[in-house]
Design a protein around this ligand. Structure first.
Ligand code: SAM
Length: 274
């Protein structure tokens, strides 16, 4: 039992040709009782057996293959069940419980550092808007630990919104978070936000005019987007120049969140607008 899990998984599957065995996924994501792996297409023929082996060794009830990542406006995952019957799981991370169904909504493990960073911010007394809150990836750590007064958490996908409501209750942040189901461009009000989270890559700049409308002078915007590596500063500058009109802005920092594609990374820029 003390042998590494991969060795035990390979022992169970030792009748699979060694070329295929060599390409078994050596990393996985665990959310409660459910494991997801990235499986190369040639291994799908052994899908059920691979699922059983990972379930036995990792002690979970369901194993899924992440077929093609997330897609579309709602960032819906594409999962194939290898073994078991996946149901809602609860992933506990940095003192926050995230309840969700891995077959219906995404969970980006690569954003771990950013979720932790949201926890460590000092937002005492602030009004925060999370424009793309999903199941509460950033809203929950921020609401629980940063001292924010109010967090308006907006989500358009009804499945994600349903889990957001559950997670607000699970993490006991109902007095801070105001959930909003719908398109963030319909959020009413002007110049009320001290901080805005824009956790949505690739089309983020389309939503900057709305963020500008909500931003108070001095508002901090955490702006996520993907850029060719090395172009993040000039492209962030250009997006804000276009959106700010005659409002002044300052890029305080830009950090790589994770690699996105060859020579393209997901970055988060902290930009203050005046
Ligand atoms: N920040 C998250 C993380 O750390 O994993 C990722 C959130 S996910 C990429 C973006 C979410 O924005 C999705 O749940 C999607 O349904 C939602 N969304 C997309 N367009 C929206 C809009 N116009 N208004 C509100 N929510 C939107």
């Amino acid at each position: 039992q003390s042998r590494p899990p991969m060795e035990r998984i390979k022992d169970i599957l030792d009748d699979i040709p060694s070329y295929d065995l060599a390409h078994l996924p050596e990393k996985w994501e665990i959310a409660g009782d459910v494991v997801t792996v990235k499986l190369r297409p040639s291994l799908f023929q052994y899908g059920r057996r691979i699922g059983e082996a990972y379930a036995e060794v990792l002690g979970v009830s369901a194993v899924l293959a992440d077929v093609s990542g997330v897609s579309g406006e709602f960032r819906v995952p594409d999962m194939k069940v290898l073994y078991g019957e996946p149901k809602e799981s609860v992933k506990v991370e940095n003192g926050i419980s995230y309840c969700f169904d891995v077959t219906k909504v995404m969970f980006a493990s690569g954003n771990l550092f950013e979720r932790k960073r949201m926890e460590g911010l000092d937002c005492s007394g602030e009004t925060v808007v999370d424009m793309f809150c999903g199941i509460g990836y950033f809203t929950l750590p921020l609401a629980k630990f940063s001292g924010a007064r109010k967090v308006f958490a907006c989500e358009k996908n009804p499945d994600s919104y349903g889990y957001l409501l559950k997670n607000i209750a699970l993490n006991d942040v109902g007095d801070v978070v105001i959930p909003i189901l719908g398109d963030n461009r319909d959020i009413p009000g002007r110049a009320f936000a001290d901080r805005i989270l824009m956790g949505y890559v690739q089309r983020t700049s389309e939503f900057l005019p709305k963020a500008m409308q909500m931003a108070k002078p001095g508002c901090m915007i955490h702006y996520h987007d993907t850029f060719p590596v090395g172009k993040q500063e000039e492209m962030t500058f250009s997006a804000f120049s276009d959106a700010c009109g005659n409002r002044r802005f300052e890029i305080e920092s830009i950090r790589e969140v994770k690699s996105f594609a060859p020579s393209v990374s997901h970055y988060v820029a902290d930009v203050r607008v005046f």
